[in-house]
Structures are given as structure tokens and as C-alpha cells.
Design a protein around this ligand. Structure first.
Ligand code: AMP
Length: 566
């Protein structure tokens, strides 16, 4: 069985097809979402998911979240004495999803489809595949997140040919895709977006606002725990303001607490510029697809941040109608990925649907031109396959020598949209010997062929030079060899991961530690007492007693979290 995975910036989720129905797989804690957070505790034990997320507050220097933003980069994240790349951290999240799925399905899970933002470039896609391999998974396919969402909606709600736009505002990225379903074929017509705009930015706007309304003294403001508390309060307020018109926030100030009331109207005003930034990528995607809003049959909202009324209002305004939403916009992508996994595995339920996808960035070559005044302009980008071309795609452009008696010609392949190659990403290149002739007399055809798996084939053919060369670009900068993958897999395997059967106990303990830091006075003392009692019960190792005590403890913490009396 092939499973679908949404490896999200904030949360991840794994889903399967059960009798043809996409079904989310619960975590060991009983919910569905696994926070994409990793933490290394003082004993060098690695925690993943909910318990790790609690530690964003109590141990922020040894805890990392939002690392999806670093995928494809060489940046390392330091957690305690260890350093991790984004793909290592993602692999740890994937391993946790795999373990949950294996426990739920009672069968080994090895094959998956993983979703990625439509805007991920090849490097980021390669890093995602690598994360899968490091987690011991075979990544059968990567799928664009909006494509996954569209598959879910398309399959369940459309019988007729239609064009629609997927508006996906997650924690860290905004993706827009325009898709067309035609004779049973789902085709991505255009993608656009902003990989640095998401729900986290709305939280950040609230952090700023609460920070101003209830200023802390300089020492507290520099304390990582205080900043984590501020972020936590902002995140809660943001969620509550999706269903309430005002929300009270309490922040510690010295020995007391400051109370601020946030109103929805003020919050929306503070975020007006963020909402405005959602417009341009939509307009660009529509232009690329040569469509007007009136040509669209449906708008689909995806991603947790589309729960915010101001975002839904913008979508309704832009498109002049109420957008479609899945009841749980956090699950849409994983469920859609499970649908895609079914296609990949040739599940009979979806046999007739073929996937088509687009190449998210333009691919081309570097050229030099005479400037007409005796000089040469070099470093110019000549796009060969333009962004939003449906893949697999194959396009050819012909280059000519520029100097008399030129004997060498360099072909460099770039990815990007900038006019100058130096601003784009270099993918590879090669040099040819050419016969010395007059400028323009030697022609070289450069054919680029790009497939669904992101492999770029470069075919170079020159009759005059009598050469045919081929270059397969799968090794982009940052790409790692099989030996390196094996070495890193072994390193990750050697990490001490917190035992799963104790995960629930650990979560309740980490949560209590966080609340102990957040609360004051009698409430704090109660958390302290509960922590002591529960630690003693754990030492007695009676599974029944532990289960009962844990349930009580969690309910008590729930009560505190909601601000109700014990
Ligand atoms: P996703 O990546 O789709 O899981 O979306 C995560 C983002 O959605 C985060 O920024 C969350 O804070 C945000 N989010 C989740 N639930 C809500 C809600 N009820 N109101 C506003 N934002 C939310």
C-alpha cells in the first residue's frame, strides 16, 4: 500500500486509502496532526511532534520548528550539542508518521507520496525526497500540495470538466494553483505563490501587537521563554479570533500579569498588509494561465490559516463568490496525497485519472549577445522551458557562435526567472569544442526535457561541430551521494529517539512543565504537585495506574489551559 503524506511547515499528517476512501491516520496521542517540531532533551534523547512542540516553550534553544523553510539549503540547525540539516529534521518527522501508520495499519509502511509546495524548486524537492529516504521510505512521487487538494475536491465533487483555483495558506507558505479537469485528466495550468507568507506571519503580527500593548521590561523581553510565551499567547489569540470578535490575553509582567483585550477589528487592521500581499500571486497565476476570475468554476481554500475570516473574505471578494472548503482544511493535502498514492499504486478506484503537473520555475541557458556598440553582454538568461509549462515537457532553442574563429562553446543551464543568470540557480553545464568558423556559422541546438520527477535531460546537438552530447541533471547543488545517504541514515538511526510507548507520558510531563513556567501562584503550585505525584506513579511502573493518573492529569491541564477552575 502506498500512503500519502503532507509534510507541512507547522504540522504533518499521513493518510491512507481505505476501500477507496482517503482516511487520516491518528497519531499515538489520538489526534491527527503531528507538529513538525523536533527537540533534543538534556539526555540527548530526541522528541518529535507534540512533546517537542511543548518544548518550544520550555527549551527553545534545543527545539526546532518551521524547518521546512530551510529545505534545500545547506543551513544547519543546532539543537544542544547536535547539528541537523532541514532534511534530517524532516526525516525524524517522517519516521514518526511512519511509526504511527504502522501501528494503525498493523503492517510495515515503506512506500509514500509526499506533498511539497508548488513553489519548491528542484533543490527543495530533492531535499524532500532525501528526507523520505533518510526515514527509510521509498518516495514513489512528490506531488504539489495544491494538486493534492484539487485531487481530493475534484474526485469527490466534480463529474464535469472544470477549471478551478486552489488557494492554500498554510503556516509558512502561500500557494496558488490553477487546475483544469478535462476528460478525466487533472492538469495544473499555473502555479504561483509566496514561500515566505503564511499563518506564522499573522501570529507574528499579533506578537508585535501584544508586545506593544503589554510591554515587558528589557530583561524579560530578551528571555527566550518570555518570547515563547508571547508567541504561544499570540497563536492562541489568532485561533480564537477566527471564531470570536474579541479575546483576552494575559502576559506575565514582573510578579503580576498584564491583561490585554484584542478585538477582531483591530487584529484585521494590523494584518491588512499581509492580506493585501495575497493578491499579487493570485493575479500572476491567472495571467500565466491566461484566465479571468470569471473563467473559474470553483475556488478551493486549503490550509489552517484559511480559517481566518479576513482571508475567506478576501477570496470571496476577489472571485465574487463563496469559496469551497473542506471541513478540515488542515487535512485536505494529506487526504489528497493519499488519493495520489492510490493513483500511483494503480488503485482501481481512481484508475482512469491521469496526473499532469507543471514545472514551477523557468529552465534555460546562459547566452551572450552583441550589444551593437562593439561590446558583448553576457550572463543573459534564455528561458527554454518556461514556468508553468505542463510536464513532461521538451523544448529546443538554437544558439549560435558569437565570435569569429571561436573554438569553444559553454552551455550552462539555469533555473529561475531573473534576466541575469547570476541571479538564478545554476544547475549544471558542459563545454563543447566547435570548428573555427565565422561568427554565427556554428549552430547548437539545446533541448531540455523535464519529467514529473524533476529530472532534467539536456541534449546538445550541433551538425556543424559534429557533436551530440547529453547531460542528465539530477545532481543539483546540495545533492548527496548514495554513500552519504547511507551514512546519514545510520547517524539518524543511532539517535536515541524517545520510546513511543512512553510518548503519552512524556507529552503530559512536557505540557505540565510548560504550564508550570506560564502560571503563577496557586495554579502553578498545583501543577508542581501534580508533576511530583505523576513522577512517583511513573516510578512504580504499574501500567493501569499510570493510564488512569495520566488521564486525570491531562484533564486537569486541559482545564487550566482553557482558564477554567481545576
Ligand atoms: P497548515 O500548514 O495547513 O497546518 O496551517 C497551519 C497554520 O494555520 C498555522 O499558522 C496555524 O496557526 C493556522 N491555523 C490553524 N487553525 C487556525 C484557526 N482556527 N484560525 C487561524 N489560523 C489557524
Amino acid at each position: 500500500m502506498v500512503l500519502g503524506i503532507d509534510l507541512g511547515t507547522t504540522n504533518s499528517l499521513i493518510a491512507c486509502l481505505r476501500d477507496g476512501v482517503p482516511t487520516p491516520i491518528p497519531t499515538v496521542h489520538g489526534g491527527y496532526l503531528t507538529p513538525s517540531v523536533v527537540s533534543v532533551d538534556q539526555d540527548d534523547v530526541v522528541l518529535v511532534g507534540e512533546a517537542a512542540r511543548e518544548r518550544l516553550f520550555t527549551d527553545p534553544l534545543r527545539t526546532a520548528g518551521s524547518f521546512k523553510r530551510l529545505m534545500g539549503s545547506t543551513e544547519e540547525v543546532r539543537l544542544g550539542s547536535r547539528r541537523f540539516r532541514a532534511e534530517d529534521l524532516s526525516a525524524l518527522v517522517l519516521r514518526s508518521l511512519k511509526a504511527d501508520a504502522e501501528a494503525y495499519l498493523q503492517a510495515p509502511v515503506t512506500e509514500v507520496v509526499i506533498s511539497v509546495p508548488a513553489y519548491f524548486n528542484d533543490q527543495q524537492r530533492k531535499a524532500t525526497r532525501l528526507a523520505g529516504e533518510l526515514a527509510g521510505l521509498t518516495v514513489r512521487r512528490l506531488i504539489n500540495e495544491p494538486t493534492a487538494a484539487a485531487l481530493l475536491h475534484g474526485i469527490h465533487e466534480r463529474d464535469i470538466d472544470s477549471k478551478f483555483l486552489v488557494f492554500d495558506l498554510g503556516g509558512g507558505t502561500f500557494d496558488v494553483s490553477i487546475l483544469e479537469r478535462f476528460s478525466g485528466v487533472m492538469e495544473v495550468r499555473a502555479t504561483g505563490g509566496d514561500s515566505f507568507l503564511g499563518g506564522d506571519d499573522f501570529t507574528e503580527a499579533l506578537v508585535q501587537w501584544i508586545g506593544k500593548a503589554a510591554p515587558a521590561d528589557a530583561r524579560a523581553a530578551a528571555d527566550p521563554s518570555y518570547r515563547a510565551a508571547l508567541r504561544f499567547a499570540a497563536e492562541t489569540a489568532k485561533r480564537e479570533l477566527s471564531t470570536h470578535t474579541q479575546w483576552d490575553v494575559e502576559m506575565p509582567r514582573g510578579a503580576s500579569r498584564a491583561r490585554v483585550t484584542l478585538t477582531l477589528a483591530e487584529y484585521e487592521l494590523a494584518c491588512a498588509r499581509l492580506v493585501e500581499r495575497l493578491r499579487a500571486p493570485i493575479e500572476r497565476a491567472l495571467r500565466d494561465a491566461r484566465l479571468r476570475t470569471t473563467d473559474l468554476d470553483e475556488i478551493v481554500l486549503v490550509g489552517g490559516a484559511t480559517r481566518m475570516p479576513m482571508v475567506r473574505r478576501l477570496a470571496a471578494q476577489l472571485f465574487g463568490r463563496l469559496p469551497a472548503r473542506h471541513p478540515d482544511p488542515d487535512q485536505t493535502i494529506a487526504l489528497g496525497a493519499a488519493v495520489a498514492a492510490g493513483l500511483v499504486a494503480r488503485d482501481a478506484a481512481f484508475e482512469e485519472l491521469v496526473l499532469a503537473d507543471v514545472c514551477p520555475h523557468s529552465l534555460g541557458t546562459a547566452v551572450a549577445e552583441r550589444d551593437g556598440q562593439g561590446g558583448i553582454m553576457s550572463d543573459l538568461f534564455l528561458p527554454i522551458i518556461e514556468r508553468n509549462t505542463v510536464v513532461p515537457a521538451s523544448r529546443v532553442r538554437t544558439l549560435f557562435t558569437i565570435n569569429d574563429q571561436q573554438t569553444r562553446l559553454r552551455i550552462d543551464i539555469y533555473q529561475g526567472e531573473a534576466r541575469l543568470c547570476s541571479k538564478n540557480t545554476h544547475l549544471g553545464g558542459l563545454e563543447l569544442s566547435v570548428p573555427p568558423r565565422k561568427a554565427g556559422e556554428v549552430r547548437v541546438d539545446v533541448r531540455l526535457t523535464y519529467d514529473v520527477n524533476g529530472i532534467l535531460d539536456v541534449d546538445i546537438d550541433s551538425e556543424e561541430a559534429g557533436v551530440k552530447r547529453n547531460l542528465v541533471i539530477k545532481k543539483l547543488a546540495g545533492e548527496v551521494s548514495d554513500d552519504e545517504i547511507e551514512r546519514r541514515r545510520r547517524e539518524l538511526a543511532a539517535l536515541r529517539i524517545h520510546p513511543r510507548d512512553e510518548d503519552e507520558n512524556r507529552l503530559v510531563l512536557e505540557r505540565a512543565e510548560r504550564l508550570f513556567e506560564q502560571l503563577l501562584g496557586a495554579e502553578r503550585e498545583r501543577v508542581g504537585d501534580y508533576l511530583k505525584q505523576f513522577t512517583l506513579i511513573l516510578e512504580r511502573q504499574d501500567p493501569h495506574e499510570i493510564r488512569v493518573a495520566r488521564g486525570e492529569f491531562a484533564r486537569a491541564l486541559d482545564g487550566l489551559e482553557r482558564g477554567s477552575p481545576w
